[in-house]
Design a protein around this ligand. Structure first.
Ligand code: AMP
Length: 283
């Protein structure tokens, strides 16, 4: 396994593999790797000849009051996990490499960036789209692997790839959860023991909403109200948003039909957790 910090070196390694007929898969992350990341890497390993994992805590996607400074950085542990999963290349550029002095150009994801998490994290998806756009230009993989855990991010990136004609396929992998249902996240470690136990209510509330939708509830507002009240009554979390939108366009829904994304962001103290479920209801 190679650890590469420079743009030229990663470009060379990828283009050598592709010239030899190899297929290159890419998993971008911010490190502090857990079983969710591992599942993306495993799938990428199964489906490609060369596996590139990037680890870059992207300052452009954090707001001024967010956790950029305290975001966990665990190079040694991350390297160990990457090695176990037979990653070929870890690309870990410095901030200066990605955003040299005088850096100016950003990718704006338009209205997809304004709803759900975008309403509460100004500039977040602009930062995400920019860094993923840059990483795709640098690494130039054949396939990009993303997690369903960050559903809006996957929608934004798919659209960016389509709109900018980037020659890469996208695979979105299922959310990996702890045994009580809480979606794995690098941020779960910020939770106290009590908060960690309570946080499982997020997935319970989403699952209950899905069950109601499948059983015939058609009123999206009623589903959202129920998610909110369940989380509030069964935990000390505060609900930043709960929403029911179209899974591909993120358009708000009044009626439950088609491919539905139900998503929520919940705060436990200073820690913000997100989760979602996608399901289909026949029209
Ligand atoms: P992050 O390091 O949080 O930026 O995540 C890197 C990639 O891993 C993103 O595509 C995430 O959606 C994905 N990911 C994070 N957590 C999970 C999870 N619990 N299950 C599946 N994928 C995940």
């Amino acid at each position: 396994m190679q650890v590469i910090r420079s743009i030229e070196s990663v470009r060379r390694a990828v283009s050598n593999a592709q010239s030899a007929g190899g297929r290159v898969g890419f998993v971008p992350t911010m490190g502090a790797l857990h079983e969710g990341h591992r599942s993306l890497i495993r799938r990428c390993r199964r489906e490609n000849d060369l596996v590139v994992l990037s680890i870059f805590v992207n300052p452009a996607q954090f707001g001024p009051a967010e956790d950029f400074a305290r975001y966990p950085r665990e190079q040694k542990k991350d390297k160990k996990l990457a090695k176990e999963e037979k990653v070929d290349i870890i690309f870990c550029p410095s901030i200066k490499t990605m955003y040299p002095k005088g850096y100016l150009t950003y990718i704006d994801a338009g209205k997809l960036a304004e709803s759900l998490c975008g309403r509460f994290r100004q500039g977040h998806f602009r930062g995400v789209a920019t860094v993923v756009g840059k990483l795709l230009n640098i690494v130039a993989p054949d396939v990009l692997y993303l997690g369903q855990k960050d559903a809006q991010q996957a929608v934004v990136i798919r659209r960016m790839i389509r709109d900018l004609n980037l020659p890469v396929a996208v695979e979105v992998c299922p959310t990996v959860r702890d045994s009580d249902g809480l979606a794995l996240s690098s941020r779960n470690r910020y939770l106290s023991q009590a908060q960690r136990t309570e946080a499982a209510v997020i997935y319970r509330a989403l699952k209950e909403a899905r069950a109601r939708g499948r059983q015939g509830e058609r009123d999206a507002h009623a589903l959202v109200r129920r998610i909110r009240s369940k989380i509030l009554s069964e935990s000390s979390g505060t609900v930043e948003y709960a929403a029911c939108v179209h899974a591909d366009t993120l358009a708000p829904l009044k009626k439950i039909e088609g491919r539905i994304l139900i998503a929520a962001a919940v705060r436990f103290g200073r820690t913000r957790l997100i989760d979602n479920i996608i399901f289909s209801v026949k029209v």
